[in-house]
Write a protein that binds this ligand. Structure first.
Ligand SMILES: C[S@@+](CC[C@H](N)C(=O)[O-])C[C@H]1O[C@@H](n2cnc3c(N)ncnc32)[C@H](O)[C@@H]1O
Length: 293
């Protein structure tokens, strides 16, 4: 697989490089492409991507660069928004903020002017305490550029609680599934009672129709199945989204094909006494099969 990666790195296109985890900050590039593809399925031409916790701005500029690549591939316009105090971490409030890891003033924005000067026209940097700046921003979210991806990287429990309020707005402000990368959930010390994981748990307790869970079936769909970022990827499911309404938006009837009927394939009968298990009693179910049986 590693040798194949070298070949893809040299000759592959953007999509294959993303599949082989060859673009820096793999979580961002996977999520933005995935979100843009979901937007196309929903008939959207623009989406919004948010980073909570910007610090020196490497993550925000990475999001901007990736967004440009993804817009080229998919045609979806991507608005990128970063939130930060600008002065580093605020004071922790209690044990849930991991005061064992972080102290007031950690991760300041080292050069605000330089960072702002590098931001492209589709990006915005909102400076201030998130509990103060976020409500006004939420009011601007709409179905014309629904929220599609969140990077949660504010480290503290209480800051994360504030950030996740972005998911409590009206349902059409979102794609039906909003991807969420939680940066601080992968150490052995991270747990459901502190930090970002605790904030996600509390969000779910408080919201009946917007729920955050781990992104399902992710590692099975990747070439590098043990990459850490796969364990940090969540999905916010907007259960009251218009596309999940009982009345299907796109109309029409879904149909399933049947190869047996199409090609008149014989249906093999099981001999008497064959109960579908091998001699040890284990069910016979090939992982991969070309032929219907
Ligand atoms: C680990 S740094 C972010 C690193 C950045 N995402 C990157 O990839 O380079 C965490 C940032 O969260 C910001 N932060 C934490 N709590 C905040 C709050 N309540 N309001 C605004 N910013 C906050 C801090 O200022 C700090 O810069």
């Amino acid at each position: 697989m590693n040798i194949l990666s070298i070949f893809v790195a040299l000759f592959g296109n953007t999509r294959s490089k993303i599949a082989f985890d060859l673009i820096v900050r793999q979580h961002n590039v996977f999520a933005i492409l995935n979100a843009a593809e979901r937007a196309v399925e929903c008939g959207r031409t623009a989406i919004t991507v948010v980073e909570f916790g910007v610090a020196a701005g490497a993550g925000l500029l990475n999001l901007c660069k990736i967004s440009q690549k993804v817009t080229k591939i998919t045609g979806v316009e991507i608005k990128v928004v970063g939130f930060d105090t600008g002065a580093g971490m605020p004071p922790p409030r209690d044990y849930r903020d991991h005061p064992d890891y972080y102290v007031t003033g950690d991760f300041p924005m080292t050069d605000f002017d330089a960072l702002r000067g590098r931001l492209p026209a589709n990006a915005q940097l909102i400076i201030g305490e998130i509990s103060q700046t976020l409500p006004e921003f939420i009011a601007t979210l709409s179905s014309s550029a629904p929220l599609a991806y969140i990077v949660l990287d504010v480290d503290y429990y209480w800051s994360s609680v504030e950030c996740l309020k972005i998911l409590a707005g009206p349902s059409d402000a979102y794609l039906p599934l909003v991807l969420l990368y939680a940066d601080d959930v992968a150490y052995q010390d991270h747990n459901e009672w502190q930090g970002e994981m605790a904030a996600i748990g509390d969000f779910n307790k408080e919201h009946a129709m917007h729920k955050i869970g781990r992104l399902n079936n992710l590692s099975q769909a990747r070439y590098f199945r043990n990459a850490t970022w796969l364990t940090q990827m969540y999905a916010a499911h907007v259960l009251d989204h218009p596309r999940k309404a009982l009345e299907r938006v796109d109309g029409g009837t879904a149909m399933l094909g049947n190869l047996y009927l199409k090609w008149r394939l014989p249906v093999r009968q099981r001999p008497a006494g064959d109960n579908g298990a091998n001699k040890k009693g284990r069910a016979i179910s090939p992982a991969f099969s070309f032929f219907p049986v």
